[in-house]
Ligand binder design. Structure first.
Ligand code: PLP
Length: 432
């Protein structure tokens, strides 16, 4: 079979079928892989109960949210609108936890209070956030969680480290006294303690965070019954990268939580919040090769979907696998997955007026050529690993391009449209 790689059933023919049925550019998601990743997380070892929350900012499409919550995951939302979006997808409030930078006041505060009464869980990330809900929570006996800023973090780039002293997520350890005395004055108890150290965190740092967070709980939170280790489980988009071993991290957390019980007599429930790990490798951006150019030193192939589909190379220097599929659906070329005998190298550029609109950039923003066999105009260029933080984060209206369509490749092998392509009218409808 002409599959793209060794971890999905998607073939060259699936790709050309999707392109001719729905047009390019589009996102294609592999349902089977998403479900495998959900299972890897829900079946991780634990001692006294666990909850896996999918970080929905990674990909918030309604069909994806339903798929993942039907597989037994709860949700981590990062804004009030994400909560409302999940509710509109039919997901119950008590399956959602809100951890946000927003400070909800006025109408938003009323909405939050309504949701809290309906079972939404809320993580206070600053003293001010806590004070905004304190009286209401105390009066209604609602437990508020707290996100701690541990002062150390880890991420695939500096911009994705959310735990070090250069980032502003959560209540810093040095403010705990003030927070605890505020809580005491209201008769509030903190049961849910949360830390998220960053995206694509190093596994050693993840383990260190488990130890650090349990220590923080032991020293400061006598009423805690749940510890959330946040997200950031690393995914391997490129063959040379290493994904987090969720079972191994689970065993480590289990051991530490059992030791915590031996010391304190307290049984902690564990939560994790993977986003990337659940959806990243399920996604493929299907684009059409529309032009070829060269300079004195570089070949370029130009596609009809670039930074407005996947801005991760431009933002972070992230590497994504590239597959070239012949327009007749008979041939796949990927120098990442079958590296042999290529006599052509090219930079993959998009159609935006931006020299950084390349899918192959290094950390300094320089375009890097990839090996391939020379493709033809009309071939399909597929960018892999775009299931997380692409559709949900890309600057899709730049150059007045429209937001791409999204399609699910179901376990049964069907192509299901799950988001229509935006129209020019929709892009402009709020302009006056
Ligand atoms: C973004 C985020 C996550 C998920 O991070 P990934 O790197 O996608 O796993 C989890 N928890 C919180 C609070 C987040 O902000």
């Amino acid at each position: 079979m002409n599959t793209l790689n060794n971890f999905s059933k998607i073939t060259a023919r699936t790709i050309t079928d999707a392109a001719s049925q729905f047009g390019t550019p589009l996102y294609l998601y592999d349902e089977k892989l998403i479900l495998e990743r959900c299972l890897a997380c829900t079946s991780m070892p634990y001692a006294y109960g666990h909850v896996v929350r999918y970080a929905m900012k990674a990909n918030s499409n309604r069909t994806i949210l339903k798929l993942i919550t039907d597989a037994g995951l709860h949700l981590d939302a990062s804004s009030l609108n994400e909560v409302l979006r999940a509710k509109l997808a039919g997901i119950a409030s008590d399956k959602i936890m809100l951890t946000t930078q927003e400070t909800l006041d006025g109408n938003e505060r009323s909405k939050l209070e309504e949701l809290l009464l309906d079972g939404l869980k809320y993580n206070a990330c600053s003293l001010h956030q806590l004070q905004l809900v304190g009286d209401f929570a105390a009066k209604n006996n609602i437990d508020i969680g707290i996100r701690i800023h541990p002062g150390v973090g880890s991420g695939e780039s500096a911009t994705r480290n959310t735990g070090d002293d250069y980032s502003c997520f959560g209540i810093h350890l040095s403010d705990l006294k003030e927070v605890n005395s505020y809580a005491a004055s209201k008769g509030m108890k903190f049961k849910h303690i949360h830390v998220h150290i960053g995206s694509g965190a190093d596994t050693t740092m993840w383990r260190k965070n488990i130890d650090l967070e349990l220590k923080i709980i032991e020293d400061n939170f006598p009423d805690a019954d749940t510890v959330s280790f946040g997200g950031g489980l690393k995914e391997a988009r490129m063959p040379e990268e290493h994904a987090a071993d969720v079972a191994l991290l689970g065993s480590y957390a289990k051991m530490r939580v059992e030791e915590f019980f031996d010391r304190t007599g307290r049984k902690l429930k564990v939560e994790i919040e993977p986003g990337t790990y659940i959806v990243a490798n399920s996604g493929y951006a299907i684009t059409r090769l529309i032009d070829k150019k060269k300079t004195a030193r570089t070949n370029f192939i130009i596609t009809d979907g670039g930074m407005e589909i996947n801005s991760r190379p431009l933002l972070y220097g992230s590497k994504h696998p590239v597959y070239i599929v012949s327009s007749d659906g008979n041939r796949v070329v990927s120098s990442e997955f079958n590296p042999s005998g290529f006599n052509f190298e090219a930079v993959i550029a998009g159609k935006c007026c931006e020299s950084g609109d390349c899918q192959t950039l290094d950390m300094d923003g320089h375009a890097v050529a990839r090996a391939m066999s020379e493709p033809l105009i009309g071939d399909i260029v597929v960018i892999g690993g775009v299931g997380a933080y692409c559709s949900s984060m890309a600057p899709y209206n730049y150059n007045s391009h429209v937001q791409a369509a999204e399609v699910l490749y179901t376990q049964a092998g069907d192509l299901e449209l799950i988001r229509k392509r935006q129209t020019l009218e929709q892009m402009l409808e709020n302009e006056i």
